[in-house]
Design a protein around this ligand. Structure first.
Ligand code: GAL
Length: 642
């Protein structure tokens, strides 16, 4: 990572006449831009005809950057194959579950398992890499763009064959697969591997095991494409780090943990979704997730927006100062780079109504002034680079579990695991506690408290991991409908939640999904979900007014395991989260309060920085470690060494 905060955005000079480029880089310098992502959507300009390459114009782009001291996240342009590609190789176009082939004219128009796509993608990547391997502007490989954003799952015959190959590597025999998928049900037993298809459109519910494995296969296929490009780049430029921009926390088709393991540095994109009442909490979730994916090390925010996006039904523009607060939130939570989509707002094309660093109206604008002010501010914060955020709490998150619960035949479809994970994260955020996200099989040492809001599926190793964490003195809080099925989405028998009956000291005999609120003895309410549970060792801390357990606590080894049998309302959840934090010895950040975000980044040598971000309309006062009172004006932020 650089010793300055990387600042800039996607630069797409091919959209503009060359006369504009000099002005672009001059304005970038004025705005404090030191990094841009280039070439992301340039394939059709770099290889206008199959096998015919035109790099002259791109040489001038790269040279201009180097001459102006601006570094490049140089993309392999493989996210958008040119029209000639699909014209020549129509069999490489993706097919949806209904059998519809999807055509070019947008982007990501390729089947992830297509051998011809891979061949052509590697060829253009190789051309780019060999041409710019020694270019002074090259800082980082930006491989592809948002893998799977549009083409995460392809159901074509090529994908079907690749899926079967993936299954053969996973299962020792067809019998094993039949057993894992429960194909005795509905007469689905396979007699030959060739009979297995992706879960194409069916008359009724698809087989859950088939659906889950197809989601895993589809994610793996994209990781494999990344790895193929990365390995090629490493043979040409072994010392240049490589990344791809994830969509952590926003898009759930790709297993971010699997992707992250292959990246030299995690980078991610984040956009505010207007409908959320407190979008800055969703931002904090995405940033915490990105940091966790990078093992706690600094990461890179590859894209966010200066103001409105263009892909929501109603695209809210950012209020004055919001761009800065959003950026500083990412910085506070461990980012060492703050970048936007995109540098100059497009005049034409599908994203012409998306905000940019340089708006259609030019430099005499709120956006450009804020962009330039932020550039200057970040330039003064280089001491932050390399520092890290330490969290005492982790929330478990696993894509396989989300995918399994996504099967439509559930006790209720109202219990949304992603929403629950974000709601519990929000409860911690409001309590002033910064947390990590962790894979259920990940290393939990170092945490005091582990929250499990929604982990319907857990493997044997994951189940044992949480049990061991508690036995060694940790505290956990487990949410309803967690620990229910095994790695193949088969029910763990003998009373729910089969993975953790002993740990929790509870057994559940039946689920009672709700169509309205249910009252608890404490006055709290639950919605969506309730259970008929029996405490088999746990102490009951709250009950439904009808007497059955709603919140339990079980001592286990040197620690304790709490369990909720309902989806508590936000207020009651906050109370329980605060209680388990206190029990685990987790302290909220001093001065953090409703709407006031306080996070600390520290270096190994002891230097540290206090980030205080005030999302409210009133001034806030935060106490520093030295005991001083720091006033953070309404809708403002302060960063101080502390
Ligand atoms: C991202 C994508 C960018 C741009 C942006 C708009 O998903 O990587 O290319 O489309 O969204 O918000």
């Amino acid at each position: 990572m650089p010793d300055v905060i990387a600042y800039g955005g996607d630069w797409n000079p091919e959209q503009w006449p060359e006369e504009t480029w000099e002005q672009d880089v001059a304005l970038m310098r004025e705005a404090g831009v030191n990094r841009v992502s280039v070439g992301i959507f340039s394939w059709s300009m770099l290889e206008p005809v199959e096998g015919v390459f035109d790099f002259d114009w791109f040489d001038r782009v790269m040279d201009l950057l180097a001459a102006n001291g601006i570094q490049a996240n140089l993309a392999t342009p493989t996210a958008s194959p040119p029209p000639w590609f699909s014209d020549t190789y129509p069999e490489a176009l993706p097919v949806d579950a209904d059998g519809r082939r999807l055509y070019h004219g947008s982007r990501q128009g390729f089947c992830p398992s297509s051998p011809i796509y891979r061949e052509k993608a590697l060829r253009i990547a190789e051309q780019v890499a060999t041409r710019y391997r020694d270019h002074p502007a090259l800082a980082l490989w930006h491989v592809h763009n948002e893998y799977g954003c549009h083409n995460a799952r392809c159901y074509c015959d090529t994908s079907a064959a690749a899926f079967r190959a993936w299954l053969r590597a996973r299962y020792a025999s067809l019998d094993e697969l039949n057993d894992a998928w429960g194909t005795a049900f509905w007469s689905q037993r396979y007699g030959d591997w060739a009979q297995i298809l992706p879960p194409r459109a069916t008359l009724s519910f698809p087989n859950p095991g088939q659906q889950l494995d197809f989601r895993r296969f589809s994610s793996d296929a994209l990781v494999e494409l990344y790895v193929a490009e990365r390995d090629l780049l490493k043979t040409i430029t072994p010392e240049v780090p490589a990344t791809t921009n994830l969509m952590a926390g926003a898009h759930w088709d790709m297993d971010c943990w699997a992707f992250a393991a292959e990246l030299d540095v995690v980078s991610t994109d984040h956009y505010l979704v207007g409908a959320r009442a407190e979008p800055h909490i969703d931002l904090a979730f995405a940033a915490d997730y990105a940091r966790s994916l990078n093992g706690g090390r600094p990461w890179l925010l590859m894209e966010h927006s200066t103001s409105a996006v263009n892909w929501q039904p109603r695209n809210l523009a950012k209020a004055p100062g919001e761009l800065r607060r959003n950026s500083l939130q990412h910085l506070a939570r461990g980012a060492d780079g703050i970048m936007f989509f995109q540098w100059r707002a497009s005049r034409a094309g599908a994203e012409k109504w998306h905000s940019a660093m340089l708006p259609h109206a030019g430099t005499n604008t709120k956006i450009f002034r804020e962009v330039a002010a932020l550039g200057a501010e970040l330039a003064g914060l280089s001491d932050v680079v390399g520092s890290t955020v330490k969290a005492d709490v982790a929330i478990l998150l696993d894509h396989s579990s989300v995918w399994a619960q996504d099967h439509p035949a559930q006790p209720t479809t109202d219990l949304d695991p992603v929403e629950e994970v974000k709601r519990w994260h929000a409860a911690l955020w409001r309590a002033g506690v910064t947390c990590d996200l962790a894979h259920p099989e990940g290393d939990l040492t170092g945490y005091r408290l582990v929250l499990v809001p929604a982990l319907y599926l857990v493997s044997e190793a994951g189940a044992a991991n949480l049990e061991g964490f508690v036995r060694r003195g940790g505290v956990t809080l487990v949410g309803p409908y967690s620990g229910i099925v095994d790695d193949h989405d088969r029910v763990r028998l003998g009373g729910y939640p089969g993975a953790w009956r002993d740990l929790l000291g509870v057994t559940v005999e039946e689920f009672f999904p709700l169509d309205g609120p249910i009252r608890l003895d404490s006055g709290a309410t639950g919605t969506v979900w309730s259970e008929l549970a029996h405490a088999t060792g746990a102490k009951v801390l709250d009950t439904y007014v009808t007497g059955e357990p709603a919140w339990t606590r079980n001592e286990w080894g040197d620690g304790a395991a709490h369990y909720l049998t309902t989806r508590l309302d936000d207020g009651a959840l906050a109370g329980v989260v605060t209680a388990v934090c206190a029990e685990a010895g987790v302290e909220p950040a001093a001065g953090a309060g409703p709407g006031v975000e306080v996070v600390r980044r520290s270096h190994a040598d002891g230097r540290s920085f206090l980030f205080a971000i005030n999302h409210t309309e009133a001034d806030a006062v935060v106490t520093t470690r030295a005991g001083d009172q720091l006033t953070v004006p309404a809708r403002d932020a302060r960063i101080i060494p502390d």
